[in-house]
Design a protein around this ligand. Structure first.
Ligand code: G16
Length: 543
């Protein structure tokens, strides 16, 4: 086994976005592409020599070849040990847990999350630091510099190792430990939740459907929900991870999990439904005839987390991304705990969790999690909901209705305009920023603008500042429209429009959501001129 030093040159466009580097799979498969990014990552963290990492992915096309390359590069760079999920599989939260449990120096997670998989679809690589969370901007900035100056990478000249064989193998002087991807994660869930109570719930005839969308949570959900908690066989559907996710778009929302939604709104609906995404960090929660928006789910979990043993002592605080609705702020205010508003991206929660300022975090993009790991965690959210349902002995619809009666309702929806012309999107944002100071006091679609700004965030722990984090327009009467460019798309630009309208405890909580938001929508479309600038009259996806 000899170390090859391969001459290379910088490749354009290797800047990580909201969550790692995401590109079309064929781009990642180009000569030197993956290797450059991995070497740049090692260089950015002061080299891999003597270090231990966790490596795993969501099983999408190119997962295993990419892992073999990373192992050979880590060995050539002098790494001490790599912990890998069997067959290259690790959900993102399970990888975060393994990093923390084994006190490793970091980890590499291979996933393009909820984006489709396949040779003509998407692939991604994300570096997580030793706290188990996505690398913060100060680290990704160093990675970018390295990608722009790279001249060579190191790789071991050797055969592939067997990723299916649990146990320790050696690659030159480096140990590779192949582990069961589910085992340690399952133990963590057992520590946080009252499994006996959830078992009793299932034993009483409670029914559930979990759509794993042929992605990584299949084995986790089958083991925990069916094998341990006693949910009926067939509770977990699409349970086998496939390289192309069975052709699914593994994004757990009402559009892409339509089959589950149809079942949950039918006469034969099970009591509880849930879905997770490609890498297992997102979740969708739906009761019989009751869809729960991610923002509402976060608020309900904050209000009820103390019912689960892992959160009995109460919460230090809650954090949400800026575009997420303020429903959880209302709960935090009543509970007398802190609430934080961060930019989009789980990496911004890391410092708050490490400093003990926040216990639960969540985002409108179907992400919820807590201080148990440093990633959002789809199955964790499902188990916390199950724990709450087991204790409260009410339906999801009843819990939601009571929540709104106590706190009021934040009607909420996100409209995505995908693959729009990048320059048109940039111009729209730039021109909107110029307009911001003059918007207050003007009316659009019957709504008067109360305030308008571009969101900047100062991290309360390390003082780092992140600018240009989206435009928010607040209307009189507690309505809001936010617009920002996605940092996870792989084609053109995706413009996201986030609409919110709060109504108080005594108002009608059962309006059709899009109608409740139509004035805010018309107003932001008029202010931004989105239809004329992009040629789009309707969003591609509404969640
Ligand atoms: C990632 C990030 C999330 C973010 C989401 C959407 O999720 O981890 O924090 O909310 O992307 O980001 P954007 O609006 O920039 O596309 P995931 O599940 O894709 O890793």
């Amino acid at each position: 086994m000899s170390v090859k030093v391969v001459k290379t040159a910088p490749i354009e466009g290797q800047q990580p976005g909201t969550s790692g580097l995401r590109k079309k799979t064929r781009i990642f498969m180009q000569t030197h592409y993956l290797e450059n990014f991995i070497q740049a990552t090692f260089n950015a963290i002061g080299g891999a020599k003597g270090k231990t990492f966790v490596v795993g992915g969501d099983g999408r096309f190119f997962n295993q070849p990419a892992i073999q390359t990373i192992l050979k590069m880590a060995a050539a760079n002098g790494a001490h040990k790599i912990i890998v999920g069997q067959n290259g599989l690790l959900s993102t939260p399970a990888a975060s847990h393994l990093i923390r449990l084994n006190k490793t120096d970091g980890g590499l997670i291979l996933s393009a999350s909820h984006n489709p998989g396949g040779i003509d679809e998407d692939f991604g690589v994300k570096y997580n630091i030793s706290n188990g969370g996505p690398a913060p901007e100060k680290v990704t900035d160093k990675m970018v510099v390295q990608t722009q100056t790279i001249t060579e990478y190191k790789i071991l000249n050797t055969a592939n190792i067997d990723l299916g064989k649990i146990g320790i193998q050696n690659l030159a002087n480096m140990q590779v430990e192949i582990v069961d991807p589910v085992a340690d994660y399952q133990i963590l869930m057992q520590q946080l939740f009252d499994f006996d109570q959830i078992k009793a719930l299932f034993a009483s005839g409670f029914t559930m459907r979990f759509d794993a969308m042929h992605a990584v949570t299949g084995p986790y959900a089958t083991a925990i929900l069916q094998d341990i908690l006693g949910a009926q066989q067939g509770t977990v559907i699409n349970a086998i991870p496939l390289e192309n996710f069975g052709g699914y778009h593994p994004d757990p929302n009402p559009v892409w999990a339509k089959g589950l939604m149809d079942e949950m709104f039918s006469d034969q609906a099970p009591d509880f439904g849930a879905a997770s995404d490609g890498d297992g960090d997102r979740n969708m929660i739906v009761g019989a005839n009751a869809y729960v928006t991610p923002s509402d789910s976060l608020a309900v979990l904050v209000a009820n987390a103390h019912l689960a043993k892992g959160y009995k002592a109460g919460l230090a605080g809650v954090a949400r991304s800026m575009p997420t609705s303020s429903a959880c702020d209302k709960v935090a205010a009543k509970m007398g705990i802190a609430s934080f508003e961060t930019p989009t991206g789980w990496k911004f929660f890391g410092n708050l969790l490490d400093a003990g300022k926040a216990t639960l975090c969540g985002e409108e993009s179907a992400g919820t999690g807590s201080n148990h790991v440093r990633e959002k965690d789809g199955l964790w959210a499902v188990l916390l909901w199950l724990n709450i349902l087991a204790v409260r002995k009410q339906s999801v619809a009843e819990i939601l209705a009571e929540h709104w009666a106590e706190y009021g309702r934040n009607y909420y929806s996100r409209h995505d305009y995908e693959a729009v012309d990048s320059q048109a999107a940039k111009n729209l944002m730039a021109d909107l920023i110029v307009q911001l100071p003059s918007l207050a006091g003007q009316s659009f679609a019957g709504l008067e603008v109360a305030s308008a700004d571009e969101f900047s965030y100062t991290d309360p722990v390390d003082g780092s500042v992140s600018h240009h984090q989206g435009i928010r327009i607040n209307f009189k009467g507690e309505g809001r429209a936010v617009i920002r460019m996605s940092g996870t798309g792989t084609q053109g630009a995706t413009l996201r429009v986030y609409l919110e309208q709060y109504v108080n405890q005594h108002a009608d909580h059962f309006l059709e959501v899009q109608s409740a938001l139509s004035a805010a929508n018309k107003a932001i479309l008029a202010i931004s001129e989105l239809p004329t600038r992009t040629g789009r009259n309707a969003p591609n996806v509404m969640t």
